[in-house]
Design a protein around this ligand. Structure first.
Ligand code: BZD
Length: 832
């Protein structure tokens, strides 16, 4: 019988294709109701934090139902899915992004305004979710945004750190680290899922059991077990139909807590276990690009891999029972760098020791399930674990790694018969005083695809990092150039420019970024140039206020805003920028009437707490800033600002206001860079070397719309091969000598001569490993070109517009489609 009563109509999608339409009135009602029922307060006495919490709760009312709808759909359709394993997800704040994805930002803002609040002020109440160090962690965040936006079944797996990346304060010019406590007052965006808790074994020993049929069986008797409790963060796709999840594991003491030992008086051991269990997810390691080599880090890696694989297996078995023949068809596991490599031997262990598969079958599945992304060529960043640590923490995994290696070395022998040097070089085990497991090699052997993150980097992965592996398996190696989500990095962070773009070319660019090319014809239209530059100026004015609030420094929006924001590293060469600032200062002192458009140099950077020279560079920037900013002789033509505690939410304020984007790594060292993409998209011109994705940005934007300088990758190699001598530059260029010698005086550190000498020493006695002095002159010339060009506001506007117009390639949506095509073979799955 036909039903006459229509089902309760689902909320209609909007004309622009957003899944929900919530009016201002409805939003107001929801916020006020949540203020009462979720926050337990009311409009009269609610704090800003409560208003923010109520708004988050109102957003969640729309998100959670879509989350369960998405999960149900994926389960019913039994779709192939990607599992993105990453020790880091640098999410930043979620309110603005979720509202943008739902298409409700304007209505929410209006609703709050009518309730007496500014959404931009309330947004400041949200702590950043800083569960990552830098580019690698932020990339993972952009990727899960794009996966959901493109309706791909995907899940991110990581660690629910109690403390994310440290908070940086600056005291007397020096970096001080303070713990980050992002969850101190709760986090409305996450849902605890106790029903999906997992147990993770650790330590102990392996028993070999001889079966009656003559076969061997390995039994791991762990010494401890810790518990992994999952927290799910909904990842709202753009336009809001797919809501995927980011599942983060928190460690807890297990019920297996050794009460017998405890009761028998072995209090210390039981307590030790409890401590370990609660320490595993305590804090994010702040070392990017250098390996900590600490047992706790290995335990973190294993903990989240084991939990995630169990979770994947549980879901797989729900659909396929114990038939593992479909595992690699249904599941792809992407390893974000080598940090989750231990997932490979873990999956082997699960298949063999728990599911009873033989080696060959287990290995065939593993090799077709894993893919590995490399993010660095820096030797000190390549992960190696001492064999003894594995022996202690993961004894069964060590055995499995040995067996993978034994079989792999047979392949090496087949490829290069009798060549022992090759075996020594490629072995998963590095022999030496301390035997080490090479995680990169294990990843390449255990994965079906290996990718670099920009074209030049992927070539170097093949030619310099893994040349023999490339010879063995050329089809394994692919490139996927990084990208960034335009929802966060243009639409949400730069509303002025976003509105101008939408008025001009329509509003579908956030989901199809190559539509921005439609702006090209406007690049030399004076009326558009004027509006474009007006948006930039207003963004700069806002930043002027932020700078004043954070540092007390007064800067002019008429100056060129030059922005260098990234982790502090010698290879990223913040000190090249600093030396050039010193040179400008010196030129201005010699000739205060020099033809020079005023500049503000903005820095944001955290140094790894143990990275001495990086901290000295921060100190030097701050000391030089103090002196320059307070020197009346140069009449405010130069300002230097170090913004403390650089993080995602600060990037969102800096990027829309940047005129010049500093991307000045030594060629061959920055795998890709992603800040370069964000700034070019927001209309900054790149001052950059031909490194990483800068090369592809130049291809897209046109070299004439950038300031390219410095040695190329090949020239860097040649220079080093010939025997680079920084002293030649010191004695050969009087300006270089003068600024380096300046650092030895007390000009910037009154009463303390030599307080900034560490930089000079590293560049001269230390051999200048990143060729700062070799690139100095070329950098200085490029800055002259930039300064000259800025005086012609029309020419500058045109280039800036052409940058925005031609950044379509760098949406993370394109990166994800490349992964899908080259590695993942996923199908889109529409969610009703
Ligand atoms: O990854 C960065 C690279 O340096 C960038 O060039 C690249 O754009 C991004 C994304 O691919 N690498 C990192 O950010 N690495 C880390 O943060 C890291 C963290 C822990 C341990 C080692 C490295």
């Amino acid at each position: 019988k036909k039903t006459t009563t229509a089902k309760k109509a689902a909320p209609a999608p909007t004309a622009e294709g957003f899944a929900v339409d919530v009016s201002v009135e409805q939003f107001k009602e929801s916020i006020v109701r949540n203020l009462n029922t979720t926050l337990g307060t009311d409009v009269e006495k609610a704090s800003d934090k409560a208003w923010w919490g109520a708004t988050a709760a109102a957003v969640n009312e729309l998100v959670f139902s879509r989350l369960s709808q998405t999960q149900k759909t994926h389960l019913n359709k039994d779709t192939r899915a990607v599992h993105y394993l990453s020790l880091e997800f640098l999410m930043g704040r979620l309110m603005g992004n979720n509202l943008q994805s739902l298409g409700l930002f304007e209505n929410a803002a209006q609703a709050l305004k009518e309730l007496g609040h500014e959404i931009t002020d309330l947004a400041e109440e949200e702590p950043d979710m800083a569960l990552g160090n830098g580019g690698l962690g932020r990339l993972a965040a952009c990727f899960i945004d794009s996966l959901a936006s493109l309706n791909y079944p995907a899940i991110g797996y990581g660690i629910h750190y109690e403390h994310g990346l440290f908070r940086q304060t600056i005291q007397q010019g020096r970096q001080i680290e303070r713990p980050d406590s992002w969850r101190e007052y709760g986090n409305p965006w996450e849902i605890c899922r106790p029903e999906s808790t997992q147990e993770v074994p650790l330590f102990g020993y392996v028993e070999t059991v001889f079966e009656n049929d003559g076969s061997l069986r390995k039994v791991w008797h762990p010494g401890s077990v810790i518990k992994g409790v999952p927290w799910d963060i909904p990842i709202v796709g753009y336009k809001g139909t797919t809501v995927n999840i980011l599942r983060l594991w928190e460690s807890r003491a297990s019920e297996f807590f050794d009460w017998d030992a405890f009761n028998a008086g072995a209090y210390k051991d039981a307590q030790g276990e409890q401590n370990l269990a609660e320490t595993v997810s305590k804090v994010l390691y702040p070392n990017d690009e250098t390996e900590a080599g600490k047992q706790l880090r290995l335990v973190q890696q294993y903990f989240f891999c084991a939990c995630s694989l169990k979770d994947i297996m549980r879901r797989y078995k729900r659909a396929h029972g114990n038939d593992f023949s479909k595992y690699a068809e249904q599941i792809v596991i992407q390893l974000n760098d080598t940090h989750p490599t231990v997932a490979i031997p873990e999956l082997m262990r699960v298949f063999m020791d728990e599911e009873g598969l033989n080696w060959e079958d287990a290995w065939a599945i593993c090799q077709n399930a894993f893919a590995y992304t490399n993010h660095t060529l820096l030797p000190e960043a390549l992960e190696k674990w001492p064999v003894y640590l594995f022996e202690r923490v993961l004894p069964r995994h060590l055995e499995i790694i040995y067996e993978i290696n034994r079989r792999f070395l047979d392949e090496v022998e087949a490829q290069w018969p009798g060549d022992d040097a090759k075996k020594i070089k490629l072995s998963l085990i590095e022999e030496g005083a301390q035997r080490m497991i090479r995680m990169g090699n294990l990843c390449v052997v255990g994965s079906y695809k290996v990718n670099g993150v920009a074209a030049v980097h992927s070539e170097l992965v093949k030619s310099d990092l893994f040349p023999e592996f490339y010879e063995m398996w050329p089809e394994k190696f692919v490139n996927v150039t990084n990208g960034v989500t335009p929802r966060r990095w243009l639409k949400a962070c730069n509303p002025r420019l976003s509105s101008l773009i939408s008025e001009t070319i329509g509003s579908d660019w956030p989901g199809q970024l190559d539509k921005l090319v439609a702006l090209k014809p406007y690049a030399d239209k004076p009326a558009f140039q004027k509006k474009y530059m007006q948006a930039k100026r207003e963004n700069k004015l806002e930043l002027v206020n932020t700078i004043r609030e954070l540092t007390g420094v007064e800067v002019s929006p008429d100056a060129i805003f030059d922005v260098l924001i990234k982790r502090l590293h010698e290879y990223k060469r913040q000190h090249l920028n600093l030396l050039h600032i010193l040179a400008l200062y010196r030129r201005l002192l010699e000739n205060p009437n020099m033809d020079f458009h005023p500049m503000v140099f903005l820095f944001g950077a955290k140094a790894a707490p143990g990275y001495k020279l990086a901290k000295e560079i921060i100190y030097a920037i701050n000391k030089v800033a103090d002196r320059i900013n307070n020197d009346p002789r140069i009449k405010d033509k130069l300002k230097v600002v170090f913004l403390p505690n650089y993080r995602v939410s600060l990037a969102e304020k800096l990027i829309p206001a940047a005129d010049l984007s500093e991307q000045i790594s030594t060629a061959g060292y920055e795998a890709s860079g992603t800040g370069n993409m964000k700034m070019a998209l927001n209309g900054a011109l790149t001052m950059g070397t031909m490194d990483g994705a800068n090369i592809e940005i130049a291809e897209e934007a046109g070299e004439e719309n950038m300031f390219i300088f410095g040695l190329s990758v090949d020239e860097v190699k040649e220079t080093k091969a010939k025997g680079y001598n920084p002293w030649d530059y010191y004695y050969g260029n009087p300006e270089i000598k003068a600024v380096l010698d300046w650092l030895d005086t007390d000009y910037f550190t009154p009463g303390e001569p030599g307080a900034l000498s560490a930089i000079k020493r590293s560049l001269l006695d230390g051999g200048d490993p990143y060729l700062v002095l070799a690139d100095f002159e070329s950098y200085s010339e490029a800055h002259k070109r930039a300064n000259e060009m800025y005086k012609d506001q029309k020419a500058w506007a045109k280039s800036a517009i052409l940058n925005t117009a031609q950044m379509g390639k760098f949406t993370s949506d394109r990166s994800i489609e490349d992964y899908v095509e080259r590695i993942w073979s996923l199908k889109k799955c529409d969610v009703k």
